[in-house]
Design a protein around this ligand. Structure first.
Ligand code: SF4
Length: 219
């Protein structure tokens, strides 16, 4: 890892620069789950349009999604891209919620994190990032979410782990930060904010709150 900065120092700098992000932007844990599927491989603004469509159609519940014809669901989630696959993924997630928990999030919350994660990963269309979005932002579990933005920012900051497999990269955060859901919630949101506004594909290093410790600055 060489001279990479301390994780809490990065966090403190990002928080000072951007302020608390107030994530996840959703009205219920179920809406977080839907958003976690719809945001796959697209910008949040596109996922948001699809969620608005679902809400306007009265289809923002697991039972409503199960009851929709798949073609109708595809039309509602079309703005999020890959809409055919995402409609199937939402159906699969809602079937899982019914079969396992009777659509009761409180009952889901009774399960341990490892079991939840394993079971979520067994649902069609739920990969590690989506499962961890659900665990952290819908269920408040202390699981650090790793995404492409995390890899970009921390790769540039000199963390070799950013090239590693999901679990290995995630372990960096789990081992070096306290297992604190509120901290992980804010940290991931700040990474996304930083990657969107400053550490973009073409980074805007001037004025970056991490520039003093970043080996990539100015490159
Ligand atoms: S200094 Fe540049 S490359 Fe480094 S974190 Fe900031 S924006 Fe990204």
């Amino acid at each position: 890892m060489g001279g990479a900065p301390l994780l809490m120092d990065v966090y403190d700098r990002l928080l000072k620069q951007y302020g608390a992000q107030g994530w996840w932007p959703a009205r219920s844990p179920f809406e977080v789950m839907v958003g976690a599927v719809l945001v796959q491989a697209t910008a949040w603004s596109n996922a948001e349009k699809a969620i608005s469509n679902l809400r306007a159609a009265g289809a923002l519940s697991a039972s409503a999604i199960r009851g929709l014809e798949v073609e109708a669901l595809e039309e509602l989630v079309r703005p999020s891209g890959f809409f055919r696959a995402k409609a199937r993924k939402l159906k699969a997630l809602c079937e899982f919620l019914c079969e396992r928990y009777g659509d009761d999030i409180a009952s889901m919350s009774m399960d341990g994190t490892e079991r939840l994660r394993r079971d979520l990963l067994g649902v069609y269309g739920v990969g590690e990032e989506t499962a961890d979005d659900i665990l952290l932002y819908a269920l408040g579990r202390p699981v650090f979410v790793v995404d492409a933005y995390t890899r970009r920012v921390f790769g540039r900051l000199g963390f070799d782990e950013a090239e590693a497999r999901y679990g290995e990269f995630q372990a960096l955060f789990h081992e070096r930060l306290s297992r604190d859901a509120a901290l992980y919630n804010e940290y991931h949101a700040l990474i996304v904010r930083h990657a969107n506004s400053t550490c973009r594909s073409k980074p805007l290093c001037e004025g970056c709150p991490l520039s003093a410790e970043c080996p990539r600055v100015g490159v």
